[in-house]
Design a protein around this ligand. Structure first.
Ligand code: NAP
Length: 315
Protein backbone atom coordinates (compact mmCIF):
# COMPACT_ATOMS: atom_id res chain seq x y z
CA UNK A 1 0.00 0.00 0.00
CA UNK A 2 2.68 2.44 1.06
CA UNK A 3 4.76 2.10 -2.09
CA UNK A 4 1.70 2.76 -4.22
CA UNK A 5 0.94 5.82 -2.15
CA UNK A 6 4.46 7.11 -2.67
CA UNK A 7 4.00 6.75 -6.42
CA UNK A 8 1.14 9.22 -6.20
CA UNK A 9 3.33 11.94 -4.71
CA UNK A 10 4.28 14.95 -6.82
CA UNK A 11 7.65 14.62 -8.53
CA UNK A 12 10.66 15.93 -6.62
CA UNK A 13 11.77 19.34 -7.78
CA UNK A 14 8.41 20.42 -9.20
CA UNK A 15 7.91 24.12 -9.73
CA UNK A 16 5.68 26.12 -7.40
CA UNK A 17 2.03 25.80 -8.28
CA UNK A 18 1.41 29.51 -8.17
CA UNK A 19 3.62 32.56 -7.98
CA UNK A 20 7.08 31.65 -6.71
CA UNK A 21 10.23 33.73 -6.50
CA UNK A 22 10.06 37.32 -7.68
CA UNK A 23 11.65 38.22 -11.04
CA UNK A 24 14.47 40.02 -9.25
CA UNK A 25 15.07 37.03 -7.02
CA UNK A 26 14.98 34.72 -10.02
CA UNK A 27 17.59 36.86 -11.84
CA UNK A 28 19.79 36.98 -8.75
CA UNK A 29 19.70 33.23 -8.38
CA UNK A 30 19.78 32.10 -12.00
CA UNK A 31 23.21 30.51 -11.67
CA UNK A 32 22.26 28.63 -8.52
CA UNK A 33 19.07 27.22 -10.04
CA UNK A 34 21.00 26.05 -13.09
CA UNK A 35 23.74 24.51 -10.91
CA UNK A 36 21.41 22.79 -8.48
CA UNK A 37 21.32 19.08 -9.32
CA UNK A 38 17.63 18.72 -8.60
CA UNK A 39 16.56 22.20 -9.74
CA UNK A 40 15.17 23.48 -6.45
CA UNK A 41 13.92 27.04 -6.67
CA UNK A 42 15.14 29.49 -4.02
CA UNK A 43 12.70 29.73 -1.14
CA UNK A 44 10.16 32.49 -1.38
CA UNK A 45 10.57 34.62 1.77
CA UNK A 46 7.17 35.93 2.90
CA UNK A 47 8.26 37.19 6.34
CA UNK A 48 11.46 37.42 8.33
CA UNK A 49 11.81 38.97 11.78
CA UNK A 50 14.37 41.75 12.14
CA UNK A 51 17.67 41.19 13.87
CA UNK A 52 18.03 37.41 13.49
CA UNK A 53 21.59 36.12 13.88
CA UNK A 54 23.49 35.43 10.65
CA UNK A 55 26.26 32.93 10.04
CA UNK A 56 28.70 33.41 7.17
CA UNK A 57 26.72 31.26 4.71
CA UNK A 58 28.26 30.35 1.34
CA UNK A 59 26.41 32.12 -1.52
CA UNK A 60 24.65 28.97 -2.74
CA UNK A 61 23.09 28.32 0.67
CA UNK A 62 22.16 31.96 1.22
CA UNK A 63 20.49 32.10 -2.21
CA UNK A 64 18.53 28.86 -1.90
CA UNK A 65 17.42 29.76 1.65
CA UNK A 66 16.44 33.24 0.47
CA UNK A 67 18.73 35.11 2.87
CA UNK A 68 20.94 34.63 5.91
CA UNK A 69 20.54 32.07 8.68
CA UNK A 70 22.18 31.86 12.09
CA UNK A 71 21.51 31.15 15.76
CA UNK A 72 22.34 32.60 19.11
CA UNK A 73 24.10 29.89 21.09
CA UNK A 74 23.69 27.73 23.05
CA UNK A 75 20.37 26.64 21.53
CA UNK A 76 18.21 23.58 21.04
CA UNK A 77 16.51 23.75 17.66
CA UNK A 78 13.94 21.17 16.54
CA UNK A 79 12.98 20.36 12.97
CA UNK A 80 9.83 18.61 11.73
CA UNK A 81 7.71 18.17 8.65
CA UNK A 82 4.02 17.74 9.34
CA UNK A 83 0.79 17.27 7.44
CA UNK A 84 -1.70 20.12 7.67
CA UNK A 85 -3.55 18.13 10.32
CA UNK A 86 -0.42 17.80 12.46
CA UNK A 87 0.66 14.22 11.73
CA UNK A 88 4.44 13.66 11.68
CA UNK A 89 4.71 9.85 11.61
CA UNK A 90 2.52 6.98 10.44
CA UNK A 91 3.88 3.81 12.07
CA UNK A 92 3.49 0.69 9.97
CA UNK A 93 3.34 2.57 6.67
CA UNK A 94 6.57 2.28 4.69
CA UNK A 95 8.04 5.58 3.48
CA UNK A 96 5.63 7.53 5.68
CA UNK A 97 8.18 10.34 5.96
CA UNK A 98 8.04 10.77 2.19
CA UNK A 99 4.25 10.73 2.25
CA UNK A 100 4.24 13.43 4.89
CA UNK A 101 6.89 15.51 3.12
CA UNK A 102 4.82 15.30 -0.10
CA UNK A 103 7.63 15.96 -2.52
CA UNK A 104 9.17 19.01 -0.88
CA UNK A 105 12.78 19.59 -1.93
CA UNK A 106 12.82 22.70 0.24
CA UNK A 107 12.14 20.63 3.36
CA UNK A 108 15.13 18.43 2.53
CA UNK A 109 17.27 21.48 1.82
CA UNK A 110 16.41 23.12 5.15
CA UNK A 111 17.04 19.81 6.91
CA UNK A 112 20.51 19.69 5.32
CA UNK A 113 21.17 23.34 6.13
CA UNK A 114 20.21 22.90 9.80
CA UNK A 115 22.42 19.81 10.05
CA UNK A 116 25.25 21.80 8.47
CA UNK A 117 24.86 24.43 11.22
CA UNK A 118 24.54 21.95 14.11
CA UNK A 119 27.21 20.63 16.46
CA UNK A 120 25.11 17.57 17.23
CA UNK A 121 21.92 15.96 15.91
CA UNK A 122 19.75 14.44 18.64
CA UNK A 123 17.26 11.63 17.96
CA UNK A 124 15.41 8.93 19.91
CA UNK A 125 15.60 5.23 19.14
CA UNK A 126 12.19 5.39 17.39
CA UNK A 127 13.64 7.73 14.79
CA UNK A 128 16.80 5.63 14.46
CA UNK A 129 14.77 2.50 13.74
CA UNK A 130 12.29 4.39 11.53
CA UNK A 131 15.11 5.09 9.06
CA UNK A 132 17.21 1.93 9.03
CA UNK A 133 19.68 3.07 6.36
CA UNK A 134 20.09 6.75 7.19
CA UNK A 135 23.04 8.76 8.42
CA UNK A 136 22.02 12.06 10.06
CA UNK A 137 24.52 14.18 8.10
CA UNK A 138 23.88 17.23 5.87
CA UNK A 139 24.80 15.45 2.65
CA UNK A 140 22.15 12.75 3.11
CA UNK A 141 19.39 15.35 3.32
CA UNK A 142 20.31 17.37 0.24
CA UNK A 143 23.29 15.89 -1.64
CA UNK A 144 23.65 18.57 -4.30
CA UNK A 145 24.52 21.23 -1.69
CA UNK A 146 27.07 19.01 0.04
CA UNK A 147 30.15 21.09 -0.94
CA UNK A 148 28.44 24.26 0.31
CA UNK A 149 27.44 22.55 3.58
CA UNK A 150 31.08 21.48 4.05
CA UNK A 151 32.28 25.00 3.32
CA UNK A 152 29.89 26.42 5.94
CA UNK A 153 31.23 24.01 8.56
CA UNK A 154 34.82 24.84 7.58
CA UNK A 155 34.10 28.57 7.98
CA UNK A 156 32.59 27.96 11.42
CA UNK A 157 35.51 25.79 12.55
CA UNK A 158 33.38 22.67 12.94
CA UNK A 159 34.30 19.05 12.14
CA UNK A 160 33.08 17.75 8.74
CA UNK A 161 29.80 16.39 10.12
CA UNK A 162 27.75 16.94 13.29
CA UNK A 163 27.90 14.22 15.93
CA UNK A 164 24.81 12.00 16.25
CA UNK A 165 23.30 11.39 19.70
CA UNK A 166 20.68 8.66 20.19
CA UNK A 167 18.47 8.51 23.30
CA UNK A 168 17.18 5.13 24.47
CA UNK A 169 15.81 4.14 27.85
CA UNK A 170 15.71 0.40 27.21
CA UNK A 171 18.99 0.07 25.30
CA UNK A 172 17.14 -1.98 22.66
CA UNK A 173 19.00 -0.66 19.63
CA UNK A 174 19.68 -2.19 16.25
CA UNK A 175 23.43 -2.42 16.72
CA UNK A 176 23.96 -2.99 12.98
CA UNK A 177 22.41 0.37 12.10
CA UNK A 178 24.86 2.24 9.81
CA UNK A 179 24.61 5.37 11.98
CA UNK A 180 25.94 3.39 14.95
CA UNK A 181 28.60 1.81 12.75
CA UNK A 182 29.63 5.32 11.67
CA UNK A 183 29.82 6.45 15.30
CA UNK A 184 27.16 7.87 17.61
CA UNK A 185 26.81 8.89 21.21
CA UNK A 186 24.20 6.69 22.92
CA UNK A 187 22.53 8.43 25.87
CA UNK A 188 20.76 5.88 28.02
CA UNK A 189 19.80 4.72 31.49
CA UNK A 190 22.10 2.65 33.68
CA UNK A 191 20.08 -0.46 32.70
CA UNK A 192 20.29 0.45 29.01
CA UNK A 193 24.04 0.92 29.33
CA UNK A 194 24.34 -2.48 31.00
CA UNK A 195 22.47 -4.06 28.08
CA UNK A 196 24.62 -2.33 25.45
CA UNK A 197 28.05 -2.43 27.09
CA UNK A 198 30.60 -4.10 24.82
CA UNK A 199 27.99 -4.62 22.11
CA UNK A 200 28.01 -1.30 20.27
CA UNK A 201 30.19 -0.79 17.20
CA UNK A 202 33.64 0.48 18.18
CA UNK A 203 32.98 3.98 16.78
CA UNK A 204 29.99 4.53 19.09
CA UNK A 205 30.11 5.61 22.72
CA UNK A 206 27.81 4.96 25.69
CA UNK A 207 26.79 7.51 28.30
CA UNK A 208 24.76 6.24 31.29
CA UNK A 209 22.46 8.89 32.75
CA UNK A 210 20.77 7.43 35.80
CA UNK A 211 18.84 4.60 37.30
CA UNK A 212 15.28 5.28 36.04
CA UNK A 213 13.55 3.70 33.07
CA UNK A 214 13.91 6.88 31.04
CA UNK A 215 16.50 9.61 30.64
CA UNK A 216 15.74 13.07 31.98
CA UNK A 217 16.01 15.17 28.79
CA UNK A 218 17.74 17.89 30.85
CA UNK A 219 20.52 15.41 31.62
CA UNK A 220 20.72 14.44 27.93
CA UNK A 221 21.18 18.06 26.83
CA UNK A 222 23.64 18.69 29.70
CA UNK A 223 25.71 15.70 28.54
CA UNK A 224 25.87 17.20 25.05
CA UNK A 225 26.90 20.60 26.46
CA UNK A 226 29.66 18.91 28.47
CA UNK A 227 31.08 17.67 25.18
CA UNK A 228 31.19 21.25 23.91
CA UNK A 229 28.10 21.07 21.72
CA UNK A 230 26.43 24.48 21.62
CA UNK A 231 23.94 24.14 18.77
CA UNK A 232 21.82 21.02 19.31
CA UNK A 233 19.54 20.06 16.41
CA UNK A 234 16.70 17.80 17.51
CA UNK A 235 15.50 15.52 14.73
CA UNK A 236 13.85 13.34 17.36
CA UNK A 237 10.36 12.04 16.79
CA UNK A 238 7.35 13.30 18.71
CA UNK A 239 8.02 11.22 21.85
CA UNK A 240 11.41 12.68 22.72
CA UNK A 241 10.45 16.09 21.30
CA UNK A 242 7.32 16.14 23.49
CA UNK A 243 9.29 15.54 26.68
CA UNK A 244 11.91 18.10 25.69
CA UNK A 245 9.23 20.67 24.94
CA UNK A 246 7.41 20.02 28.21
CA UNK A 247 10.74 20.38 30.04
CA UNK A 248 11.26 23.80 28.48
CA UNK A 249 14.38 22.67 26.60
CA UNK A 250 13.40 23.60 23.03
CA UNK A 251 14.40 27.11 21.95
CA UNK A 252 13.27 27.04 18.32
CA UNK A 253 11.07 24.98 16.02
CA UNK A 254 11.46 24.71 12.26
CA UNK A 255 8.26 23.24 10.88
CA UNK A 256 7.47 22.44 7.27
CA UNK A 257 3.73 22.26 6.76
CA UNK A 258 2.80 19.97 3.86
CA UNK A 259 -0.30 20.40 1.73
CA UNK A 260 -1.76 17.02 2.73
CA UNK A 261 -4.34 15.90 5.28
CA UNK A 262 -4.13 12.26 6.34
CA UNK A 263 -6.72 12.09 9.11
CA UNK A 264 -6.61 9.70 12.05
CA UNK A 265 -8.84 6.65 11.72
CA UNK A 266 -10.20 5.37 15.01
CA UNK A 267 -7.62 3.25 16.81
CA UNK A 268 -4.83 4.35 14.48
CA UNK A 269 -1.37 5.07 15.91
CA UNK A 270 -0.50 8.07 13.76
CA UNK A 271 1.73 10.42 15.72
CA UNK A 272 1.18 14.14 16.20
CA UNK A 273 3.94 16.66 16.76
CA UNK A 274 4.31 16.19 20.53
CA UNK A 275 3.41 12.80 22.03
CA UNK A 276 3.51 11.38 25.56
CA UNK A 277 3.84 14.82 27.14
CA UNK A 278 1.49 17.54 28.32
CA UNK A 279 2.59 20.86 26.86
CA UNK A 280 -0.74 22.55 27.60
CA UNK A 281 0.01 26.10 28.64
CA UNK A 282 3.76 25.60 28.51
CA UNK A 283 4.55 26.29 24.87
CA UNK A 284 3.83 29.69 23.33
CA UNK A 285 5.61 30.25 20.04
CA UNK A 286 6.53 33.40 18.15
CA UNK A 287 7.00 33.47 14.37
CA UNK A 288 10.52 34.31 13.20
CA UNK A 289 10.31 33.42 9.51
CA UNK A 290 7.79 32.26 6.94
CA UNK A 291 8.98 30.83 3.65
CA UNK A 292 7.18 29.14 0.83
CA UNK A 293 7.87 26.49 -1.78
CA UNK A 294 4.78 26.05 -3.92
CA UNK A 295 2.04 24.70 -1.66
CA UNK A 296 4.41 23.99 1.27
CA UNK A 297 5.10 26.58 3.95
CA UNK A 298 8.25 26.56 6.04
CA UNK A 299 7.94 28.12 9.46
CA UNK A 300 10.57 29.13 11.97
CA UNK A 301 9.32 29.77 15.50
CA UNK A 302 11.00 30.80 18.72
CA UNK A 303 9.59 28.84 21.66
CA UNK A 304 8.55 30.79 24.75
CA UNK A 305 10.40 34.02 24.07
CA UNK A 306 8.09 35.73 26.58
CA UNK A 307 8.01 33.60 29.69
CA UNK A 308 5.59 35.98 31.46
CA UNK A 309 2.76 34.96 29.05
CA UNK A 310 3.00 31.42 30.33
CA UNK A 311 2.34 32.59 33.85
CA UNK A 312 -0.80 34.42 32.67
CA UNK A 313 -2.59 32.23 30.05
CA UNK A 314 -5.12 35.02 29.36
CA UNK A 315 -2.42 37.05 27.59
N1 NAP B 1 7.93 14.16 10.33
C1 NAP B 1 9.09 14.43 10.91
O1 NAP B 1 9.63 15.52 10.75
C2 NAP B 1 9.74 13.41 11.80
C3 NAP B 1 10.85 13.78 12.58
C4 NAP B 1 11.44 12.81 13.39
C5 NAP B 1 10.94 11.51 13.41
N2 NAP B 1 9.88 11.20 12.64
C6 NAP B 1 9.32 9.85 12.64
O2 NAP B 1 8.80 9.60 13.93
C7 NAP B 1 8.79 8.19 14.14
C8 NAP B 1 9.38 7.85 15.49
O3 NAP B 1 8.65 8.51 16.49
P1 NAP B 1 9.08 8.38 18.01
O4 NAP B 1 8.28 9.31 18.79
O5 NAP B 1 9.10 6.93 18.38
O6 NAP B 1 10.62 8.87 17.89
P2 NAP B 1 11.67 9.28 19.00
O7 NAP B 1 11.09 10.22 20.00
O8 NAP B 1 12.85 9.78 18.25
O9 NAP B 1 12.04 7.91 19.70
C9 NAP B 1 11.25 7.39 20.75
C10 NAP B 1 12.08 6.41 21.53
O10 NAP B 1 13.24 7.10 22.03
C11 NAP B 1 13.49 6.70 23.36
N3 NAP B 1 13.20 7.83 24.22
C12 NAP B 1 12.47 8.93 23.95
N4 NAP B 1 12.47 9.75 25.01
C13 NAP B 1 13.22 9.15 25.95
C14 NAP B 1 13.63 9.48 27.26
N5 NAP B 1 13.26 10.65 27.84
N6 NAP B 1 14.40 8.61 27.94
C15 NAP B 1 14.80 7.46 27.37
N7 NAP B 1 14.46 7.08 26.13
C16 NAP B 1 13.68 7.93 25.45
C17 NAP B 1 12.55 5.55 23.67
O11 NAP B 1 13.27 4.42 23.21
P3 NAP B 1 13.48 3.04 23.99
O12 NAP B 1 12.21 2.29 23.73
O13 NAP B 1 14.65 2.47 23.29
O14 NAP B 1 13.68 3.30 25.42
C18 NAP B 1 11.39 5.85 22.75
O15 NAP B 1 10.65 4.70 22.42
C19 NAP B 1 9.59 7.58 13.02
O16 NAP B 1 8.72 7.05 12.05
C20 NAP B 1 10.33 8.77 12.44
O17 NAP B 1 10.67 8.61 11.09
C21 NAP B 1 9.25 12.12 11.84
Amino acid sequence: MADNLVDLLPAQGRRPARGGASCAQARRTEGVVADSANGMEPLDVLYEADGLPAYDLPDELRTLYGGPLGFTEPRVVANFVSTLDGIVAIPGVAHSNRLIRAGSDADRFVMGLLRACADVVLIGSGTLHGSPRTLWIPERAFPSASPAFSELRRRRGQPPDPELAVVTGSGALDRDHPALEAGALVLTTDAGAERLRGRLPAASELVALGSGTSVDPRDAVAALRERGHRLVLSEAGPTLFGTMLAAGLVDELFLTSSPVIVGRPQGDTRLGLAEDADALGSARLELRSLRREGDHVLLRYEVNPRAEELRDPSL
